[in-house]
Every structure is written in C-alpha cells, then in structure tokens.
Write a protein that binds this ligand. Structure first.
Ligand code: FES
Length: 141
C-alpha cells in the first residue's frame, strides 16, 4: 500500500514544464505537467545516456530528452520506437490539487542508477534554471 506524501501543488509545476524532487540518494524525481493538467513522475534520468529529462520538452504525454531527443512516455517511462529503454516511473496521485508520491518509492526506486550526465542532478548542490525548479524537501500532508 502506498505511503503517500505531498511534494507540491499541481499549480507549482509550470504547464509543459517540470519540477524536481531531490532525494538523499540517487537521481531526483522529475514531475511533469502537460496542457491537460495531467501530472507524471519519472526518474530524472534518460534511459539512453542519462540525460536530465526534467529539462526536456513536454508534449502530449511525452518528453523529449534534451541531449539526443529520445522521446520518453510520461505515463510509462518507455522510449518510443525506434529507440529503446525505460526509465523508472513513480506512482503519483493528485488529491485536492496536491501532488503526492509514495515515500517508500522516493527512498528506494532507481537509487542504484548512476546520476544524470548533465543538468542539475549531475553535480551535487547544483540548481536548475529555466523552467526547472527544485522541491528541496518533500513535505507531508
Ligand atoms: S541521453 Fe537522452 S537521448 Fe541520449
């Protein structure tokens, strides 16, 4: 059973943009919002060569990686053909406009994977710019 924890409000995420939830271990979790106000959560790490998906271009239910343009499904983390690979997807729910993630997944999912090769996750303490903002400390509801 998920251990839901609130990380931000839907309104905190720019439409067609993202926010990042940093973790004590492993790459951050990128939370995306599309024009339909659907919200998705993926590991902020492209399955190709570790690009920062939080800095990609969101369209429909996909994001294109900023490094080599792999298109990744926001709903399943899978690269669209002809490309291959998959990045971990995080369980997410929206309750009263608040985005909630499973605290257990936040602590463990994808923590064994190498950090992204570029972007705010690549070096410890770096801060993203443009449409990317960090949620430094997830807070509980
Ligand atoms: S690292 Fe994402 S497409 Fe190459």
């Amino acid at each position: 059973m998920p251990n839901w924890t609130t990380v931000c409000a839907v309104e905190d995420i720019p439409v067609l943009g993202s926010r990042r939830v940093t973790r004590d271990k492993g790459a951050a979790v990128a939370i995306f919002r599309n024009t339909e106000n659907q919200v998705f959560a993926l590991l902020d790490r492209c399955p190709h060569k570790g690009g920062p998906l939080s800095q990609g271009i969101v369209f429909g239910t996909s994001v294109s990686c900023p490094l080599h343009n792999f298109v990744i499904g926001l709903d399943d983390g899978r690269a669209k053909e002809p490309d291959e690979g998959c990045t971990p997807k995080f369980a997410l729910q929206v309750v009263d406009g608040k985005v909630q993630l499973d605290a257990d997944e936040l602590a463990t999912l994808g923590t064994e994977l190498a950090l992204p090769v570029a972007g705010p996750c690549a070096s410890k303490g770096a801060v993203g710019g443009g449409q990317v903002y960090d949620v430094q400390t997830p807070h509980t509801a």
